[in-house]
Design a protein around this ligand. Structure first.
Ligand code: XMP
Length: 513
């Protein structure tokens, strides 16, 4: 690829992905690399700039992450953040003091004063709030450096050596709490590194299409299409690159939301690929008959999915490439150790060994979720699919408490569709990260017309979250909830009571099962 590149060197800090995202928001391509990456490899990548991340360690510890000093001899501008700044100071001969020797540790919002003659702060306000989070601090600067920001407690809030184009901040410019942080990063990238902002999804799409064509040649590729954002965008990209050499298999397990199977089919059936929709609803339902335990449902659906996919894949025979919709956060996380484990129960781990293929293609491997969406739009993917909220693999099976019947699926699909329709009408669909209806297994007494009813209770759930690991329940206005409630009770048979879930995660989870 021809675009400029910035490297984020990972020293183990908690905001590393955020730094990379901020750089990309400035329309500059960047990659996160471990501090263990050999200098030769870094030189070969020809970066326009390097950013050292923060990290939990103290530079003085024997086992704290360090790079060879040659990193400072590449002639590439460097911005060190927190630990990254301390490592730069330490590496270039300055002095860092430990927290227990002084009382200068700072945490949280801190007022700072900036020297706006520094390129890092050019055009910004002289005073604003930053986010500090450090124990150790810079005590003596290396030769050629000067202070360009200070707080009450910290004389070296930010430092620079403009000749060498080395900059360091004791605070975190990448987090939102640092008021001018986004612009500071922009100054580093544009004014110090001389980036031009050539990372756009249109450009990415063209390059990716060219590369996929070169790689696949006249070979065949296979993709499992779920209708989720990632697999849909991957499918659209591959369709443009290799058309009918791609077969995508869409297993409709009959547990999708209302009309969803048809929407996926409509988006891809005429896109030039071999589109196979397998209507396997009955097959899944018969396996799920009488099953009430959530994990058992998940297991059955996961296994059956593989069987159905395998049956279809066998008809195609050997393929050269299997396409997967892996995205960049998965790539970074799987390198980071513990983080991947938290998620694993949601994903089918590892490579499918039930399909014969030679190699894997992961065309979204370097993209963040918002970039995947932007790519989808650049490729002309139906906006409904681009903005589709996450939907669990087992589908409505884990939103029907207790056993699953065709009748219950139909009730839930209708009720859920009304909820979604009203949320969209109220223009809340982009604010609430996930919202859906749950068919509880409880019946209660109601009165309709002059008659007694004894019907299901439906629960509505809406959450706001950035990572789905923790979530808050959405404050959906009462009048919107009222409209939803009135409509569902009137339009959907067998529901006579509606409740709204007001628990956060933790202690609850987002799904009910
Ligand atoms: P929980 O319920 O664990 O959900 O708070 C967090 C996120 O994961 C989704 N989810 C699943 N996704 N297979 C999936 O593909 C599953 O079995 C599954 N369970 C939960 C859930 O919709 C939410 O976005």
């Amino acid at each position: 690829m021809t675009h400029q590149k910035v490297l984020v060197i990972d020293f183990g800090g908690q905001y590393n992905q955020l730094i990379a995202r901020r750089v990309r928001e400035h329309k500059i391509y960047c990659e996160v690399k471990s501090y263990k990456t050999p200098i030769e490899e870094i030189r070969a990548m020809n970066p326009k700039g390097i950013i050292f991340t923060g990290g939990p360690n103290s530079v003085y510890l024997d086992d704290s992450p360090r790079m060879a000093n040659e990193i400072f001899e590449l002639g590439v501008p460097i911005l060190g953040i927190c630990y990254g700044a301390q490592f730069m100071v330490y590496g270039l001969g300055g002095k860092i003091e430990k927290a227990n020797e002084t009382a200068v540790a700072e945490f949280g919002r801190t007022d700072c004063t900036f020297d706006t003659k520094s390129l890092l702060f050019k055009g910004l306000k002289k005073k604003s709030v930053v986010w500090m989070s450090h124990n150790d601090h810079i005590a003596t600067l290396p030769e050629g450096f000067r202070a360009v920001c200070h707080s009450d407690k910290c004389p070296y809030g930010a430092i620079e050596n403009p000749q060498k184009k080395f900059y360091g901040t004791q605070f975190h410019p990448e987090v939102n709490h640092t008021e001018q942080g986004f612009d500071m990063l922009g100054n580093f990238l544009y004014k110090v590194c001389g980036c031009v902002g050539d990372w756009t999804m249109e450009e990415y799409a063209q390059t990716a299409i060219r590369e996929i064509r070169e790689k696949v040649g006249s070979g065949k590729a296979l993709l499992a299409l779920s209708g989720g954002v990632d697999s849909s965008v991957a499918c659209k990209l591959l369709a443009k690159a290799i058309g009918s050499q791609l077969t995508c298999i869409f297993v409709d397990h009959g547990l999708m939301r209302k009309n969803e199977g048809d929407e996926v089919e409509a988006a891809f059936a005429d896109s030039g690929v071999n589109f196979v929709r397998v209507n396997a609803g009955e097959r899944f339902l018969s396996k799920l008959k009488g099953v009430t335990e959530p994990e058992a449902k998940r297991k059955i659906i996961g296994e059956e999915f593989i069987r159905v996919f395998e049956d279809e894949a066998k008809k195609i025979g050997t393929v050269d490439y299997l396409v997967q919709g892996t995205i960049y956060p998965d790539v970074i996380e799987s390198g980071a150790g513990d983080a991947a484990v938290i998620k694993s129960h949601h994903n089918v781990g590892g490579l499918p060994d039930y399909v014969d293929f030679k190699e894997i293609i992961e065309p979204l491997r370097m993209l963040f979720k918002d970039e995947v969406r932007a790519l989808g739009i650049a490729l002309g993917l139906d906006e409904k699919l681009v903005w589709r909220q996450p939907f669990p693999g087992p589908g409505l099976a884990i939103r029907i408490i207790g056993d699953i019947t065709p009748e219950k699926i139909a009730i839930l699909q209708d009720a859920d569709a009304i909820f979604r329709e009203e949320i969209a009408k109220a223009h809340l669909d982009r604010n609430i990260n996930q919202y859906f209806a749950v068919l509880t297994n409880m019946r209660s007494v109601g009165v309709m017309g002059d008659g007694r009813t004894y019907d299901y209770t439906l629960a509505l759930r809406g959450v706001t979250t950035s990572d789905f690991m923790t979530a808050d329940f959405s404050r959906i206005p009462y009048d919107v909830l009222e409209t939803v409630s009135v409509r569902i009770v009137n339009e959907v048979k067998h529901i006579n009571r509606i409740v709204y879930d007001i628990t956060s995660k933790p202690p609850a989870t987002i799904e009910w099962e």
